[in-house]
Design a protein around this ligand. Sequence first.
Ligand code: SF4
Length: 302
Amino acid sequence: MKLIKAEVLGYCMGVRRAVEMAYREADRVAAGPGDSRRVYTMGPLIHNPQVLEDLRRRGVAVLDEDALPGDLQDAVVIIRAHGITPTLEAELVMRGACLIDATCPKVKASQMKARALSEAGYRIFLAGERRHGEVIGIQGFAPGCIIVANREEAEAAAEKLFRGFGRSRDGDAPDSPKTALIAQTTLSPEEYQAIGEGIAKFFPQGEIVNTICKATRDRQDALKRLCAEVDAVIIAGGRESANTRRLLAIAQAQGRPAWLVESAADISGGLAGEIAAYPRVGLSAGASTPDGVIEAIEGALL
Ligand code: SF4
């Protein structure tokens, strides 16, 4: 069996940076004589069980926003790549935590843009998954922003806002609100365009800000090219990772048998036999899959 890896796979810049910062901090505190501070991440650092378990073994605990300890005087808290709301940041500081900000610079740019537009009086639509950490974080920088998950929601929300200004679509629009649309960084350009079109039916002059990160698309495009060369595909990554599951769906949509594999241990008996039946097998990995996991899966396949 021939194994072919996707040209682009695994950690994106933001996730790699956050993971490296977390390990560096855990090592630094562990090595510091007399430094008894506890290291935490604000929520799970990434959607990868192996990394979370490894950090746990190194003494890095996960904080739950709904159950914050009252006193964080002796705590170092790492903010993950998705970022957090300014309210939560203030809460952590108020409780005494020393913060290490591992928010991805691209997510940070979205947060700053949302804040600037909000302060400039724009009504903001935020395209993305309501419960995703990044969306919740950005929402905190633009209080009152309207989250829309798809074109239908965008159109309905835009119409409601439009009607709220007491005008019909054919009427005068003397006091039309300034609107802006920004995106969760991992949204597909096609979804974003459809959402933008839904809003433009009511606010054709609305500003559309491009906050989509190319990392997701690069992995998806590389996988599509890979699918043209192979008979079956393995996607390495955590089952909780949305971008990993999306890669699996893309491989299947390309008509290739595909499996999501969290670790080399998953390549066992039955699955190993199934995979071996294909002469050319492709390997891709989600943006939160560590290099070591990819290498171990590669080793188990060969
Ligand atoms: S996908 Fe892009 S925006 Fe999101 S963490 Fe990775 S590099 Fe940053």
